[in-house]
Design a protein around this ligand. Structure first.
Ligand code: ATP
Length: 273
């Protein structure tokens, strides 16, 4: 499952570093964030175990993107603690950030580059030498069935192919944790199914996945689930545990029940009042 192939003096990794797997891929403890008077996250704690598919389920405005921005240090977290494989994102930023890949909700591709150029450029940003970058690019394109598009301009890809390229690019430095913020937005049913299947296969390689979504049908019974609502974690655990906490075997009913039970002022409401 976790393989490393030694070729001459170079090491090419096809799965994440094995030594990391004792630590959770992501541990968030007591993190809050405000925009002016608006509280976007209120003492959020959650864990993404190494090698797990963890769904972060929340409606619009739940705080999913804000959380991703804090993990990737786009925003600075001033309260609580965020660790990637035990490395604190503030105090040990290079060690933490080099072990995570991110796909943001909004597309961030340069349409004038070719697929190959996109990948090699990002590999260079991560300090990966040209030869190893070529090997990694071939690997990630294979995983996301884009090999035959390698010399096409990004602007000529379909929406689903662009998304797959973004994920391939996020894996170019072989991170053991991948964060995806509502990656299926704008994709048709078939492209959605293909994408989620390809990402689930990354779990089998030992990667931890945090998949933010508001779509219940993207969650499987074998997943870990975190329910985020108006900046607060309402439930966390296996899907079975979340259903048991909510008292319903149906995920939609359980979700609504958790939201209703969260009752009074959730984060973000204060400013609206
Ligand atoms: N830059 C900002 N300035 C002010 N408020 C913001 C900013 N970014 C987010 N917010 C607010 O913070 C809260 C959480 O927003 P966030 O975008 O993190 O939620 P989300 O779960 O990602 O929602 P969506 O699914 O719609 O993307 C919302 O109330 C939002 O209006």
């Amino acid at each position: 499952m976790l393989k490393s192939l030694a070729r001459g003096t170079e090491m090419f990794l096809t799965g994440p570093e094995t030594g990391l797997m004792m630590q959770p891929a992501l541990r968030i403890n007591g993190v809050s964030h405000t925009f002016g008077t608006r509280t976007a996250l209120d003492r959020v704690s959650l864990t993404v175990p190494a090698g797990s598919f963890t769904a972060l389920l929340g409606l619009n405005g739940a705080g999913k993107t804000t959380l991703f921005s804090l993990v990737t240090r786009l925003y600075d977290s001033t309260s609580g603690q965020i660790e990637v494989f035990g490395f604190d994102v503030r105090r040990e930023a290079p060690a933490a950030l080099s072990r995570l890949g991110i796909v943001f909700q909004a597309r961030t591709l340069d349409l004038d580059l070719t697929v190959r150029q996109s990948l090699l450029y990002h590999a260079a940003l991560h300090g990966i030498g040209r030869r190893q970058a070529g090997v990694r690019a071939a690997e990630v394109l294979e995983k996301f069935t884009l090999v035959d598009r390698i010399d096409d301009k990004v602007r000529n890809l379909s929406g689903g192919q662009m998304r797959r390229l973004e994920i391939a690019r996020a894996l170019i430095h072989n991170p053991a944790l991948l964060l995806l913020d509502e990656p299926t937005v704008g994709l048709d049913v078939e492209a959605r199914q293909d994408l989620i299947g390809e990402v689930r296969r990354l779990v089998a390689e030992g990667r931890g996945i945090l998949w933010a979504t508001h779509l219940l049908d993207e969650i499987q019974m074998s997943d870990r689930l975190v329910v985020l609502h108006k900046g607060r974690v309402l439930s966390e655990g296996s899907v079975q545990e979340v259903l048991a906490q909510a008292g319903s075997p149906d995920l939609q009913v359980a979700f609504i029940s958790l939201v209703n039970a969260s009752g009074t002022k959730a984060a973000g409401q204060e400013a609206a009042e």
